[in-house]
Design a binder for this molecule. Structure first.
Ligand SMILES: C[S@@+](CC[C@H](N)C(=O)[O-])C[C@H]1O[C@@H](n2cnc3c(N)ncnc32)[C@H](O)[C@@H]1O
Length: 204
C-alpha cells in the first residue's frame, strides 16, 4: 500500500498537467497578490518549488534568475515552454522539495505555491525552503490552511484521508509549520472566500 501511495503521489501530476492551467484559474488573484508582495526584482535569484506548469513565471520579471524544481517531468516540460515564451532565464531540475540540492542561503526569494498541502512531509519542505533562502530573503506561500487557533475536527481528519489522496491536505496549520522551520509571518491575507492564504515569511 505504501509503495502504491508513494508512486501515486509522484505520478498523479503527470495526469493533472494538461488541464492544470484551467483548474488553477480561481487562484489567479491570489497569485497576482503573492507576486506583488514578494516584490521580486530583476537582480534577484528565485527558487520556485513544485513549480508545476510555471504559472508563477508570468508574474516574475523575465530578467530575474529563476530556478524551477518539481518531481514531475511532465509539469517541468510545460514550465520550460512557458519560460521560453516569456523569454525568462530559467533553470529547470527534477528535484524533491524535501531534499533540495542547493547550498544554504542562496536565494533571495523562495516560492512555495500550492505545494505544502500536496506533499507528505510539509515540515521538511518548509525547513528546506528556510535553509536555502538568504537571511534577508523571503518565502512566499499561497495555499489552503485551517485557522491556527483550531484543531482539525475528527470529521475533517477522516475526510482528509480521501481528499489528500486525490487533491490536497485539508488539515494543515500555517503557524506551527512556519515556527518549526525558523520562519515568522510578515504578512498574511485570505483569498477565495477564506479558502486560500497568501503569506510572506521571513527568517527569524
Ligand atoms: C498543485 S501543483 C502547484 C503547482 C504550482 N506551484 C502552482 O502554484 O500552480 C503541485 C506541484 O507540486 C509538485 N510536487 C508534488 N510533490 C513534490 C515534491 N515532493 N517535490 C517537488 N515537487 C512536488 C507537483 O508535481 C505539482 O507540480
Amino acid at each position: 500500500m505504501f509503495q502504491f501511495t508513494h508512486h501515486w503521489r509522484r505520478k498523479r501530476y503527470a495526469l493533472y498537467a494538461a488541464p492544470y492551467d484551467v483548474l488553477a484559474i480561481p487562484y489567479t488573484a491570489a497569485r497576482r497578490r503573492a507576486a506583488e508582495v514578494a516584490a521580486v526584482s530583476s537582480h534577484h535569484r528565485v527558487l520556485v518549488i513544485g513549480a508545476g506548469t510555471g504559472l508563477d513565471l508570468e508574474w516574475l520579471p523575465p530578467a530575474a534568475t529563476v530556478h524551477v524544481v518539481d518531481v514531475s517531468r511532465t509539469m517541468l516540460r510545460r514550465a520550460g515552454k512557458r519560460a521560453e515564451r516569456l523569454g525568462a532565464a530559467t533553470f529547470a531540475t527534477v528535484m524533491d522539495a524535501g531534499s533540495l540540492g542547493y547550498p544554504d542561503s542562496v536565494f533571495d526569494r523562495v516560492i512555495l505555491h500550492l505545494v505544502l498541502t500536496v506533499v507528505p512531509n510539509p515540515e521538511d519542505v518548509i525547513a528546506e525552503s528556510c535553509r536555502v533562502v538568504r537571511p534577508d530573503g523571503l518565502v512566499s506561500i499561497m495555499d489552503k490552511f485551517i485557522p491556527d487557533a483550531t484543531r482539525p475536527t475528527a470529521c475533517r481528519v477522516a475526510a482528509n484521508a480521501v481528499i489528500s489522496f486525490v487533491l490536497s491536505d485539508i488539515t494543515l496549520r500555517l503557524q506551527p509549520l512556519a515556527a518549526g522551520a525558523g520562519l515568522r509571518v510578515r504578512m498574511r491575507e485570505r483569498y477565495l472566500w477564506g479558502h486560500c492564504d497568501v503569506v510572506l515569511l521571513e527568517p527569524v
